[in-house]
Design a protein around this ligand. Structure first.
Ligand code: NPW
Ligand code: ADP
Ligand code: K
Length: 517
Protein backbone atom coordinates (compact mmCIF):
# COMPACT_ATOMS: atom_id res chain seq x y z
CA UNK A 1 0.00 0.00 0.00
CA UNK A 2 1.17 3.50 -0.75
CA UNK A 3 0.07 5.91 1.98
CA UNK A 4 0.06 9.65 1.51
CA UNK A 5 0.04 12.18 4.35
CA UNK A 6 -0.82 15.85 4.18
CA UNK A 7 1.83 18.58 4.25
CA UNK A 8 0.82 19.47 7.83
CA UNK A 9 1.20 15.87 8.99
CA UNK A 10 4.63 15.63 7.34
CA UNK A 11 5.77 18.84 9.02
CA UNK A 12 4.52 17.63 12.40
CA UNK A 13 6.41 14.36 11.94
CA UNK A 14 9.61 16.15 10.87
CA UNK A 15 9.57 18.51 13.81
CA UNK A 16 10.87 16.20 16.58
CA UNK A 17 13.55 14.82 14.28
CA UNK A 18 14.78 18.31 13.39
CA UNK A 19 14.79 19.26 17.08
CA UNK A 20 16.86 16.15 17.74
CA UNK A 21 19.32 17.30 15.08
CA UNK A 22 18.61 14.58 12.52
CA UNK A 23 20.08 15.82 9.21
CA UNK A 24 16.90 15.35 7.18
CA UNK A 25 17.89 17.57 4.28
CA UNK A 26 21.27 15.90 3.94
CA UNK A 27 19.57 12.51 3.78
CA UNK A 28 16.85 13.69 1.42
CA UNK A 29 19.20 15.42 -0.99
CA UNK A 30 21.73 12.58 -1.01
CA UNK A 31 18.97 10.08 -1.82
CA UNK A 32 17.70 12.45 -4.52
CA UNK A 33 21.16 12.72 -6.06
CA UNK A 34 21.51 8.93 -6.02
CA UNK A 35 18.25 8.48 -7.93
CA UNK A 36 19.16 11.18 -10.45
CA UNK A 37 22.62 9.68 -10.93
CA UNK A 38 20.97 6.32 -11.64
CA UNK A 39 18.70 7.94 -14.21
CA UNK A 40 21.61 9.74 -15.87
CA UNK A 41 23.61 6.52 -16.07
CA UNK A 42 20.62 4.70 -17.55
CA UNK A 43 20.02 7.45 -20.10
CA UNK A 44 23.58 8.42 -21.09
CA UNK A 45 25.80 5.84 -19.39
CA UNK A 46 27.65 8.26 -17.14
CA UNK A 47 27.09 11.07 -14.68
CA UNK A 48 30.43 12.60 -15.64
CA UNK A 49 29.86 15.33 -18.21
CA UNK A 50 26.06 15.29 -17.90
CA UNK A 51 24.40 18.70 -18.03
CA UNK A 52 22.10 19.11 -15.02
CA UNK A 53 19.87 22.14 -14.40
CA UNK A 54 18.46 22.93 -10.96
CA UNK A 55 15.30 25.04 -10.77
CA UNK A 56 15.58 26.59 -7.33
CA UNK A 57 12.91 28.36 -5.27
CA UNK A 58 13.06 30.24 -2.00
CA UNK A 59 12.64 27.43 0.51
CA UNK A 60 14.03 24.11 1.62
CA UNK A 61 12.74 22.44 -1.52
CA UNK A 62 15.30 24.54 -3.41
CA UNK A 63 17.80 23.59 -0.70
CA UNK A 64 17.26 19.92 -1.50
CA UNK A 65 17.88 20.61 -5.19
CA UNK A 66 21.05 22.62 -4.48
CA UNK A 67 22.52 19.98 -2.16
CA UNK A 68 21.68 17.18 -4.61
CA UNK A 69 23.27 19.29 -7.35
CA UNK A 70 26.42 19.58 -5.24
CA UNK A 71 26.63 15.79 -4.96
CA UNK A 72 26.16 15.42 -8.73
CA UNK A 73 28.75 18.11 -9.43
CA UNK A 74 31.13 16.19 -7.17
CA UNK A 75 30.59 13.21 -9.46
CA UNK A 76 31.55 15.18 -12.53
CA UNK A 77 28.20 16.55 -13.75
CA UNK A 78 28.07 20.10 -15.13
CA UNK A 79 25.48 21.59 -12.80
CA UNK A 80 23.77 24.97 -13.17
CA UNK A 81 21.33 26.30 -10.60
CA UNK A 82 18.68 28.79 -11.70
CA UNK A 83 17.66 30.86 -8.68
CA UNK A 84 14.15 32.27 -9.02
CA UNK A 85 14.05 34.20 -5.75
CA UNK A 86 16.37 36.54 -3.92
CA UNK A 87 15.87 34.23 -0.99
CA UNK A 88 17.47 30.81 -1.39
CA UNK A 89 19.00 28.10 0.76
CA UNK A 90 22.39 29.64 1.51
CA UNK A 91 24.02 26.39 2.66
CA UNK A 92 22.85 24.64 -0.50
CA UNK A 93 24.21 27.38 -2.74
CA UNK A 94 27.56 27.34 -0.95
CA UNK A 95 27.79 23.55 -1.25
CA UNK A 96 27.05 23.72 -4.96
CA UNK A 97 29.64 26.38 -5.72
CA UNK A 98 32.23 24.53 -3.61
CA UNK A 99 31.58 21.44 -5.75
CA UNK A 100 32.12 23.45 -8.95
CA UNK A 101 28.48 24.15 -9.86
CA UNK A 102 27.34 27.38 -11.51
CA UNK A 103 24.59 29.74 -10.34
CA UNK A 104 22.35 31.95 -12.50
CA UNK A 105 20.34 34.57 -10.62
CA UNK A 106 17.26 34.75 -12.80
CA UNK A 107 15.48 36.95 -10.28
CA UNK A 108 17.92 39.83 -10.85
CA UNK A 109 17.94 39.47 -14.64
CA UNK A 110 14.51 38.39 -15.88
CA UNK A 111 15.58 39.42 -19.40
CA UNK A 112 17.81 36.35 -19.40
CA UNK A 113 14.75 34.08 -19.32
CA UNK A 114 15.05 33.11 -23.01
CA UNK A 115 18.70 32.09 -22.68
CA UNK A 116 18.03 30.26 -19.42
CA UNK A 117 15.17 28.32 -21.00
CA UNK A 118 17.38 27.27 -23.94
CA UNK A 119 20.08 26.03 -21.55
CA UNK A 120 17.66 24.21 -19.28
CA UNK A 121 15.88 22.62 -22.24
CA UNK A 122 19.20 21.37 -23.62
CA UNK A 123 20.32 19.74 -20.37
CA UNK A 124 20.35 15.99 -19.69
CA UNK A 125 18.38 16.32 -16.49
CA UNK A 126 16.35 18.96 -14.66
CA UNK A 127 15.66 18.99 -10.92
CA UNK A 128 12.48 20.89 -10.15
CA UNK A 129 13.05 22.38 -6.70
CA UNK A 130 10.95 25.54 -7.07
CA UNK A 131 8.55 24.75 -4.29
CA UNK A 132 7.52 21.70 -2.27
CA UNK A 133 5.17 21.16 0.65
CA UNK A 134 5.50 24.84 1.56
CA UNK A 135 3.65 25.93 -1.60
CA UNK A 136 0.87 28.43 -1.17
CA UNK A 137 -1.33 28.51 -4.27
CA UNK A 138 -0.22 28.15 -7.87
CA UNK A 139 3.34 29.09 -8.87
CA UNK A 140 3.88 32.83 -9.14
CA UNK A 141 6.62 35.30 -10.03
CA UNK A 142 9.82 34.21 -11.80
CA UNK A 143 9.14 30.55 -10.92
CA UNK A 144 5.83 30.67 -12.80
CA UNK A 145 7.43 32.51 -15.75
CA UNK A 146 10.22 29.94 -15.96
CA UNK A 147 7.87 26.93 -15.92
CA UNK A 148 5.51 28.55 -18.43
CA UNK A 149 8.42 29.29 -20.78
CA UNK A 150 9.85 25.77 -20.41
CA UNK A 151 6.47 24.26 -21.20
CA UNK A 152 6.11 26.49 -24.23
CA UNK A 153 9.59 25.56 -25.44
CA UNK A 154 8.82 21.84 -25.05
CA UNK A 155 5.59 22.33 -27.00
CA UNK A 156 7.39 24.15 -29.81
CA UNK A 157 10.37 21.83 -30.20
CA UNK A 158 8.72 18.59 -29.06
CA UNK A 159 11.92 17.92 -27.12
CA UNK A 160 11.71 18.02 -23.35
CA UNK A 161 14.56 17.25 -20.96
CA UNK A 162 14.31 14.51 -18.32
CA UNK A 163 12.61 16.14 -15.33
CA UNK A 164 12.87 14.93 -11.74
CA UNK A 165 10.50 16.69 -9.34
CA UNK A 166 11.94 17.31 -5.88
CA UNK A 167 9.38 16.05 -3.32
CA UNK A 168 6.43 17.08 -5.57
CA UNK A 169 6.08 18.70 -9.00
CA UNK A 170 6.29 22.38 -8.02
CA UNK A 171 2.95 24.15 -7.88
CA UNK A 172 0.59 21.17 -7.53
CA UNK A 173 -1.98 21.21 -4.76
CA UNK A 174 0.05 19.06 -2.38
CA UNK A 175 -2.98 18.01 -0.34
CA UNK A 176 -5.75 17.99 -2.93
CA UNK A 177 -4.08 17.16 -6.25
CA UNK A 178 -5.34 20.36 -7.91
CA UNK A 179 -3.43 21.92 -10.81
CA UNK A 180 -4.43 25.57 -10.73
CA UNK A 181 -1.39 27.07 -12.49
CA UNK A 182 1.71 26.17 -14.48
CA UNK A 183 3.44 22.92 -13.48
CA UNK A 184 6.44 21.28 -15.15
CA UNK A 185 5.45 17.66 -15.86
CA UNK A 186 7.95 15.30 -14.26
CA UNK A 187 9.27 12.00 -15.54
CA UNK A 188 9.98 11.06 -11.96
CA UNK A 189 9.20 12.44 -8.53
CA UNK A 190 11.49 11.71 -5.61
CA UNK A 191 9.34 12.32 -2.57
CA UNK A 192 10.63 12.59 0.99
CA UNK A 193 9.37 10.77 4.07
CA UNK A 194 6.15 9.54 2.46
CA UNK A 195 3.96 10.13 -0.58
CA UNK A 196 1.81 13.27 -0.59
CA UNK A 197 -1.90 13.18 -1.58
CA UNK A 198 -1.26 15.24 -4.73
CA UNK A 199 1.06 12.51 -6.02
CA UNK A 200 -1.81 10.01 -5.98
CA UNK A 201 -4.77 12.23 -6.85
CA UNK A 202 -5.79 13.45 -10.28
CA UNK A 203 -5.15 15.73 -12.01
CA UNK A 204 -1.77 16.42 -10.31
CA UNK A 205 -0.88 12.72 -10.15
CA UNK A 206 -0.73 12.71 -13.94
CA UNK A 207 2.18 15.20 -13.78
CA UNK A 208 4.29 13.29 -11.24
CA UNK A 209 5.71 10.53 -13.45
CA UNK A 210 7.13 7.56 -11.59
CA UNK A 211 7.14 8.22 -7.86
CA UNK A 212 10.00 7.00 -5.66
CA UNK A 213 9.79 7.60 -1.92
CA UNK A 214 12.82 8.20 0.29
CA UNK A 215 12.41 6.87 3.82
CA UNK A 216 13.40 9.54 6.35
CA UNK A 217 12.22 7.59 9.38
CA UNK A 218 9.30 9.97 10.00
CA UNK A 219 7.04 8.62 12.74
CA UNK A 220 3.81 9.40 10.88
CA UNK A 221 0.79 8.73 13.03
CA UNK A 222 -2.91 8.43 12.43
CA UNK A 223 -4.68 7.64 9.21
CA UNK A 224 -3.10 8.70 5.94
CA UNK A 225 -5.03 11.27 3.89
CA UNK A 226 -5.09 9.07 0.79
CA UNK A 227 -4.08 5.46 0.14
CA UNK A 228 -3.35 3.44 -2.97
CA UNK A 229 -3.69 -0.33 -2.83
CA UNK A 230 -1.04 -2.46 -4.46
CA UNK A 231 -1.40 -5.99 -5.76
CA UNK A 232 -0.07 -7.57 -2.56
CA UNK A 233 -2.70 -5.76 -0.44
CA UNK A 234 -5.51 -7.12 -2.58
CA UNK A 235 -4.05 -10.63 -2.61
CA UNK A 236 -3.64 -10.61 1.16
CA UNK A 237 -7.31 -9.88 1.83
CA UNK A 238 -8.83 -12.01 -0.96
CA UNK A 239 -11.44 -14.46 0.35
CA UNK A 240 -10.01 -17.66 -1.10
CA UNK A 241 -12.66 -20.40 -0.75
CA UNK A 242 -11.81 -23.43 1.34
CA UNK A 243 -13.21 -26.95 1.73
CA UNK A 244 -16.08 -25.76 3.95
CA UNK A 245 -17.30 -23.16 1.46
CA UNK A 246 -20.32 -23.50 -0.80
CA UNK A 247 -21.90 -21.14 -3.26
CA UNK A 248 -23.87 -19.26 -0.62
CA UNK A 249 -20.85 -18.64 1.60
CA UNK A 250 -18.97 -17.41 -1.49
CA UNK A 251 -21.70 -14.87 -2.14
CA UNK A 252 -24.71 -14.42 -4.39
CA UNK A 253 -24.83 -11.27 -6.53
CA UNK A 254 -28.26 -9.93 -7.45
CA UNK A 255 -28.17 -7.95 -10.69
CA UNK A 256 -30.67 -5.42 -11.98
CA UNK A 257 -29.09 -4.12 -15.18
CA UNK A 258 -29.78 -3.49 -18.86
CA UNK A 259 -32.96 -2.90 -20.82
CA UNK A 260 -34.29 -4.17 -24.14
CA UNK A 261 -32.38 -1.24 -25.68
CA UNK A 262 -29.17 -1.90 -23.69
CA UNK A 263 -29.10 -5.63 -22.91
CA UNK A 264 -25.31 -5.72 -23.35
CA UNK A 265 -24.73 -3.93 -20.06
CA UNK A 266 -26.53 -6.72 -18.22
CA UNK A 267 -24.43 -9.36 -19.99
CA UNK A 268 -21.21 -7.51 -19.14
CA UNK A 269 -22.14 -6.99 -15.50
CA UNK A 270 -23.29 -10.58 -14.98
CA UNK A 271 -20.28 -11.98 -16.84
CA UNK A 272 -17.88 -9.91 -14.75
CA UNK A 273 -19.55 -11.02 -11.51
CA UNK A 274 -19.31 -14.67 -12.57
CA UNK A 275 -15.69 -14.19 -13.66
CA UNK A 276 -14.72 -12.45 -10.40
CA UNK A 277 -15.70 -15.52 -8.40
CA UNK A 278 -19.31 -14.98 -7.30
CA UNK A 279 -20.84 -18.10 -5.77
CA UNK A 280 -23.88 -17.36 -7.89
CA UNK A 281 -25.24 -14.53 -10.01
CA UNK A 282 -28.99 -13.96 -9.89
CA UNK A 283 -30.44 -11.85 -12.65
CA UNK A 284 -33.36 -9.96 -11.11
CA UNK A 285 -34.20 -7.56 -13.92
CA UNK A 286 -36.75 -7.76 -16.71
CA UNK A 287 -37.52 -11.14 -18.27
CA UNK A 288 -36.53 -10.19 -21.81
CA UNK A 289 -33.10 -9.04 -20.72
CA UNK A 290 -32.79 -12.04 -18.41
CA UNK A 291 -33.12 -14.40 -21.37
CA UNK A 292 -30.27 -12.59 -23.15
CA UNK A 293 -28.12 -12.79 -20.02
CA UNK A 294 -28.73 -16.49 -19.43
CA UNK A 295 -28.13 -17.14 -23.12
CA UNK A 296 -24.71 -15.51 -22.80
CA UNK A 297 -23.88 -16.92 -19.35
CA UNK A 298 -25.65 -20.17 -18.53
CA UNK A 299 -24.31 -19.98 -14.95
CA UNK A 300 -26.69 -17.10 -14.24
CA UNK A 301 -29.92 -17.90 -12.40
CA UNK A 302 -32.88 -15.74 -13.40
CA UNK A 303 -35.02 -16.51 -10.36
CA UNK A 304 -35.64 -14.96 -6.94
CA UNK A 305 -33.80 -16.09 -3.84
CA UNK A 306 -31.10 -15.07 -1.37
CA UNK A 307 -28.75 -12.27 -2.39
CA UNK A 308 -25.57 -11.13 -0.61
CA UNK A 309 -24.90 -8.04 -2.70
CA UNK A 310 -26.91 -6.07 -5.23
CA UNK A 311 -25.72 -4.42 -8.43
CA UNK A 312 -28.31 -1.94 -9.60
CA UNK A 313 -28.25 0.28 -12.64
CA UNK A 314 -25.66 -0.59 -15.35
CA UNK A 315 -27.31 0.02 -18.72
CA UNK A 316 -30.49 1.30 -17.06
CA UNK A 317 -31.44 4.72 -18.41
CA UNK A 318 -31.26 7.78 -16.21
CA UNK A 319 -32.68 11.28 -16.32
CA UNK A 320 -34.86 12.39 -19.22
CA UNK A 321 -34.34 9.17 -21.17
CA UNK A 322 -35.80 7.17 -18.29
CA UNK A 323 -38.82 9.45 -18.18
CA UNK A 324 -39.98 8.16 -21.59
CA UNK A 325 -42.85 5.83 -20.87
CA UNK A 326 -41.55 2.29 -20.59
CA UNK A 327 -37.95 3.14 -21.57
CA UNK A 328 -36.72 1.51 -18.39
CA UNK A 329 -38.55 -1.81 -18.95
CA UNK A 330 -39.67 -1.66 -15.32
CA UNK A 331 -36.05 -1.83 -14.18
CA UNK A 332 -36.42 1.21 -11.93
CA UNK A 333 -39.04 -0.53 -9.85
CA UNK A 334 -36.95 -3.71 -9.62
CA UNK A 335 -33.86 -1.66 -8.84
CA UNK A 336 -35.68 0.16 -6.04
CA UNK A 337 -36.72 -3.17 -4.58
CA UNK A 338 -33.11 -4.39 -4.71
CA UNK A 339 -31.86 -1.25 -3.00
CA UNK A 340 -34.58 -1.46 -0.35
CA UNK A 341 -33.49 -5.04 0.36
CA UNK A 342 -29.85 -3.95 0.50
CA UNK A 343 -30.74 -1.24 3.00
CA UNK A 344 -32.58 -3.85 5.09
CA UNK A 345 -35.91 -2.12 4.51
CA UNK A 346 -37.80 -4.67 2.45
CA UNK A 347 -40.51 -6.41 4.44
CA UNK A 348 -40.18 -10.15 4.35
CA UNK A 349 -36.53 -10.16 3.23
CA UNK A 350 -34.56 -12.76 5.09
CA UNK A 351 -30.98 -12.06 6.03
CA UNK A 352 -31.01 -8.30 6.66
CA UNK A 353 -29.04 -5.61 4.86
CA UNK A 354 -26.35 -6.37 2.27
CA UNK A 355 -23.92 -4.21 0.25
CA UNK A 356 -25.01 -2.67 -3.03
CA UNK A 357 -23.26 -1.29 -6.09
CA UNK A 358 -25.27 1.57 -7.57
CA UNK A 359 -24.29 2.53 -11.11
CA UNK A 360 -25.64 4.66 -13.99
CA UNK A 361 -29.47 4.68 -13.92
CA UNK A 362 -29.43 3.24 -10.40
CA UNK A 363 -28.11 6.57 -9.15
CA UNK A 364 -31.55 8.07 -9.87
CA UNK A 365 -33.15 5.62 -7.47
CA UNK A 366 -31.38 6.59 -4.28
CA UNK A 367 -33.11 7.86 -1.17
CA UNK A 368 -31.78 11.10 0.31
CA UNK A 369 -29.57 9.14 2.68
CA UNK A 370 -28.30 5.63 2.08
CA UNK A 371 -26.09 3.31 4.13
CA UNK A 372 -22.28 3.43 3.75
CA UNK A 373 -22.30 -0.14 2.44
CA UNK A 374 -23.88 1.25 -0.72
CA UNK A 375 -21.07 1.92 -3.20
CA UNK A 376 -22.00 4.47 -5.86
CA UNK A 377 -19.92 4.14 -9.04
CA UNK A 378 -20.46 7.31 -11.10
CA UNK A 379 -18.13 8.70 -13.73
CA UNK A 380 -17.50 12.47 -13.54
CA UNK A 381 -20.62 13.35 -15.56
CA UNK A 382 -22.86 11.18 -13.40
CA UNK A 383 -21.31 12.53 -10.22
CA UNK A 384 -22.01 16.07 -11.41
CA UNK A 385 -25.67 15.19 -12.01
CA UNK A 386 -25.94 13.52 -8.60
CA UNK A 387 -24.42 16.52 -6.83
CA UNK A 388 -26.58 19.01 -8.71
CA UNK A 389 -29.69 17.01 -7.85
CA UNK A 390 -28.71 17.55 -4.22
CA UNK A 391 -28.31 21.28 -4.53
CA UNK A 392 -24.60 21.66 -5.26
CA UNK A 393 -23.69 24.33 -7.80
CA UNK A 394 -21.05 22.28 -9.57
CA UNK A 395 -20.03 21.68 -13.16
CA UNK A 396 -18.33 18.71 -14.78
CA UNK A 397 -15.09 20.76 -15.09
CA UNK A 398 -15.13 21.32 -11.32
CA UNK A 399 -15.33 17.57 -10.71
CA UNK A 400 -12.48 16.99 -13.16
CA UNK A 401 -10.40 19.67 -11.42
CA UNK A 402 -10.97 18.37 -7.88
CA UNK A 403 -12.22 14.80 -7.99
CA UNK A 404 -11.41 14.04 -4.33
CA UNK A 405 -13.28 17.09 -3.09
CA UNK A 406 -16.43 16.27 -5.03
CA UNK A 407 -16.38 12.54 -4.38
CA UNK A 408 -16.08 13.43 -0.68
CA UNK A 409 -18.98 15.87 -0.99
CA UNK A 410 -21.14 13.14 -2.54
CA UNK A 411 -20.20 10.83 0.31
CA UNK A 412 -21.15 13.49 2.85
CA UNK A 413 -24.46 14.26 1.12
CA UNK A 414 -25.61 10.69 0.56
CA UNK A 415 -23.84 8.71 3.27
CA UNK A 416 -22.73 6.22 0.62
CA UNK A 417 -19.23 5.13 -0.25
CA UNK A 418 -18.42 6.81 -3.56
CA UNK A 419 -16.19 5.39 -6.28
CA UNK A 420 -15.56 8.06 -8.91
CA UNK A 421 -14.39 6.39 -12.14
CA UNK A 422 -11.70 7.85 -14.35
CA UNK A 423 -8.10 7.43 -15.45
CA UNK A 424 -7.36 7.58 -11.72
CA UNK A 425 -10.31 6.17 -9.78
CA UNK A 426 -11.00 7.94 -6.49
CA UNK A 427 -12.91 6.22 -3.69
CA UNK A 428 -14.22 7.96 -0.57
CA UNK A 429 -16.08 6.34 2.29
CA UNK A 430 -16.09 6.22 6.06
CA UNK A 431 -12.83 4.25 5.79
CA UNK A 432 -11.01 7.15 4.12
CA UNK A 433 -9.90 7.91 0.58
CA UNK A 434 -8.20 5.77 -2.04
CA UNK A 435 -6.81 6.70 -5.47
CA UNK A 436 -6.20 3.81 -7.87
CA UNK A 437 -4.35 4.15 -11.17
CA UNK A 438 -4.26 0.59 -12.42
CA UNK A 439 -5.85 0.58 -15.87
CA UNK A 440 -4.50 1.71 -19.25
CA UNK A 441 -6.15 4.56 -21.15
CA UNK A 442 -7.51 1.84 -23.46
CA UNK A 443 -9.97 0.97 -20.69
CA UNK A 444 -11.96 4.09 -21.52
CA UNK A 445 -14.33 2.07 -23.68
CA UNK A 446 -18.09 1.48 -23.62
CA UNK A 447 -19.10 -1.19 -21.15
CA UNK A 448 -15.94 -1.06 -19.04
CA UNK A 449 -17.91 0.49 -16.20
CA UNK A 450 -20.48 -2.33 -16.34
CA UNK A 451 -17.62 -4.80 -15.91
CA UNK A 452 -16.32 -2.89 -12.89
CA UNK A 453 -19.80 -2.98 -11.34
CA UNK A 454 -19.92 -6.77 -11.74
CA UNK A 455 -16.44 -7.32 -10.32
CA UNK A 456 -17.24 -5.10 -7.34
CA UNK A 457 -20.59 -6.82 -6.82
CA UNK A 458 -18.85 -10.20 -6.56
CA UNK A 459 -16.19 -8.86 -4.21
CA UNK A 460 -18.81 -7.29 -1.93
CA UNK A 461 -20.96 -10.44 -1.95
CA UNK A 462 -17.97 -12.45 -0.73
CA UNK A 463 -17.57 -10.06 2.22
CA UNK A 464 -21.22 -9.17 2.66
CA UNK A 465 -21.65 -9.45 6.44
CA UNK A 466 -18.20 -7.99 7.12
CA UNK A 467 -18.87 -4.88 5.01
CA UNK A 468 -22.28 -4.24 6.57
CA UNK A 469 -20.83 -4.65 10.05
CA UNK A 470 -17.73 -2.55 9.28
CA UNK A 471 -18.76 -0.17 6.47
CA UNK A 472 -15.33 1.44 6.60
CA UNK A 473 -14.17 -1.62 4.64
CA UNK A 474 -16.43 -0.80 1.67
CA UNK A 475 -13.97 1.77 0.32
CA UNK A 476 -11.09 -0.68 0.48
CA UNK A 477 -13.10 -3.37 -1.33
CA UNK A 478 -14.11 -0.81 -3.96
CA UNK A 479 -10.48 0.26 -4.44
CA UNK A 480 -9.48 -3.41 -4.72
CA UNK A 481 -12.12 -3.93 -7.42
CA UNK A 482 -10.70 -0.98 -9.37
CA UNK A 483 -7.24 -2.56 -9.08
CA UNK A 484 -8.42 -5.96 -10.36
CA UNK A 485 -10.41 -4.30 -13.16
CA UNK A 486 -7.51 -2.09 -14.25
CA UNK A 487 -4.95 -4.86 -14.13
CA UNK A 488 -7.27 -7.19 -16.03
CA UNK A 489 -7.46 -4.54 -18.76
CA UNK A 490 -3.65 -4.45 -18.93
CA UNK A 491 -3.55 -8.24 -19.08
CA UNK A 492 -6.11 -8.44 -21.88
CA UNK A 493 -3.93 -6.93 -24.54
CA UNK A 494 -0.81 -5.30 -23.11
CA UNK A 495 -0.14 -2.03 -24.88
CA UNK A 496 -3.19 -2.09 -27.17
CA UNK A 497 -6.95 -1.67 -27.35
CA UNK A 498 -9.23 -3.64 -25.06
CA UNK A 499 -12.90 -4.58 -25.29
CA UNK A 500 -15.07 -4.59 -22.18
CA UNK A 501 -16.07 -8.27 -22.44
CA UNK A 502 -12.41 -9.23 -22.85
CA UNK A 503 -11.63 -7.35 -19.64
CA UNK A 504 -14.28 -9.40 -17.82
CA UNK A 505 -12.85 -12.57 -19.34
CA UNK A 506 -9.35 -11.64 -18.15
CA UNK A 507 -10.46 -11.23 -14.52
CA UNK A 508 -10.04 -14.89 -13.40
CA UNK A 509 -6.47 -15.04 -14.70
CA UNK A 510 -5.72 -11.70 -13.06
CA UNK A 511 -7.02 -12.91 -9.69
CA UNK A 512 -5.03 -16.14 -9.96
CA UNK A 513 -1.95 -14.07 -10.79
CA UNK A 514 -2.48 -11.84 -7.77
CA UNK A 515 -2.92 -14.81 -5.46
CA UNK A 516 0.16 -16.66 -6.72
CA UNK A 517 2.62 -13.77 -6.59
N1 NPW B 1 11.66 20.33 6.97
C1 NPW B 1 12.78 19.66 6.61
O1 NPW B 1 13.76 19.61 7.27
C2 NPW B 1 12.82 18.93 5.38
C3 NPW B 1 12.18 19.47 4.26
N2 NPW B 1 12.43 18.99 3.10
C4 NPW B 1 12.15 19.78 1.93
O2 NPW B 1 11.64 21.03 2.26
C5 NPW B 1 10.47 21.29 1.54
C6 NPW B 1 9.62 22.22 2.30
O3 NPW B 1 10.41 23.36 2.49
P1 NPW B 1 9.80 24.76 2.95
O4 NPW B 1 8.99 24.55 4.13
O5 NPW B 1 10.93 25.68 3.06
O6 NPW B 1 8.86 25.13 1.78
P2 NPW B 1 9.07 25.11 0.20
O7 NPW B 1 8.18 24.03 -0.36
O8 NPW B 1 10.47 25.10 -0.20
O9 NPW B 1 8.39 26.45 -0.28
C7 NPW B 1 8.35 27.58 0.54
C8 NPW B 1 8.99 28.72 -0.16
O10 NPW B 1 8.48 28.86 -1.48
C9 NPW B 1 7.86 30.12 -1.64
N3 NPW B 1 6.54 29.89 -2.21
C10 NPW B 1 5.43 29.42 -1.58
N4 NPW B 1 4.42 29.29 -2.45
C11 NPW B 1 4.90 29.70 -3.64
C12 NPW B 1 4.33 29.82 -4.91
N5 NPW B 1 3.05 29.48 -5.12
N6 NPW B 1 5.10 30.27 -5.93
C13 NPW B 1 6.37 30.60 -5.73
N7 NPW B 1 6.98 30.53 -4.52
C14 NPW B 1 6.25 30.08 -3.49
C15 NPW B 1 7.76 30.76 -0.30
O11 NPW B 1 8.20 32.05 -0.49
P3 NPW B 1 7.31 33.30 -0.08
O12 NPW B 1 5.87 32.89 -0.21
O13 NPW B 1 7.67 33.53 1.33
O14 NPW B 1 7.71 34.31 -1.04
C16 NPW B 1 8.69 29.96 0.59
O15 NPW B 1 9.89 30.60 0.79
C17 NPW B 1 9.89 19.95 1.27
O16 NPW B 1 9.00 19.95 0.17
C18 NPW B 1 11.13 19.14 1.03
O17 NPW B 1 11.58 19.30 -0.31
C19 NPW B 1 13.35 17.87 2.94
O18 NPW B 1 14.62 18.40 2.77
C20 NPW B 1 13.31 16.96 4.12
C21 NPW B 1 13.62 17.70 5.32
N1 ADP C 1 -8.09 7.34 -19.19
C1 ADP C 1 -8.42 6.23 -18.51
N2 ADP C 1 -7.45 5.40 -18.09
C2 ADP C 1 -7.76 4.27 -17.42
N3 ADP C 1 -9.03 3.90 -17.12
C3 ADP C 1 -10.03 4.69 -17.51
C4 ADP C 1 -9.78 5.91 -18.21
N4 ADP C 1 -10.97 6.49 -18.45
C5 ADP C 1 -11.92 5.69 -17.93
N5 ADP C 1 -11.35 4.60 -17.36
C6 ADP C 1 -12.05 3.50 -16.69
O1 ADP C 1 -12.93 2.90 -17.63
C7 ADP C 1 -14.20 2.63 -17.03
C8 ADP C 1 -15.26 3.43 -17.79
O2 ADP C 1 -16.48 3.31 -17.13
P1 ADP C 1 -17.76 4.14 -17.57
O3 ADP C 1 -17.40 5.55 -17.76
O4 ADP C 1 -18.83 3.81 -16.62
O5 ADP C 1 -18.08 3.52 -19.00
P2 ADP C 1 -19.38 2.71 -19.46
O6 ADP C 1 -20.56 3.43 -18.89
O7 ADP C 1 -19.35 2.77 -20.95
O8 ADP C 1 -19.24 1.33 -18.94
C9 ADP C 1 -14.05 2.98 -15.57
O9 ADP C 1 -13.67 1.87 -14.83
C10 ADP C 1 -12.93 4.02 -15.57
O10 ADP C 1 -12.22 4.06 -14.36
K1 K D 1 9.39 20.63 -6.25
Amino acid sequence: MISAWSAADVRAAEEPLLVAGVPLMERASFALATVVAGDLRARRRSVRGAGVALLVGAGNNGGDALHAGAVLAGRGAAVTAVLTSERFHAGGRAALTRAGGRVVELFVAPDRLGAVVRDVAASDGVLDGLVGIGARGPLRGPAADLVTALRRAAGETGAAPWVVAVDVPSGIGVDDGAVAGPVLPADRTVTFGCAKPGLLLPPAALLAGEVSAVDLGLGLEGAPAVRRLEAADVARSWPVPGPADHKYTRGVVGVVAGTATYPGAAVLTATAAVRAGAGMVRYRGSGDVGRVVVGARPEVVAAPGRVQSWVVGPGVPAGPEAADAGADDGQHERGRAGLAAAAGRLAGTAGGPVPAVVDAGGLDLLDDRVPPWFVLTPHAGELTTLLRSRGEDVRREDVDAEPLRWARRAHELTGATVLLKGGVTVVVGPGGAYAQADGPGWLATAGAGDVLAGVLGAMLAARSAEVVEHPARAAEVAAAAALVHGRAAHGTNPGGPVAALDVADAVPREIAGLLSS
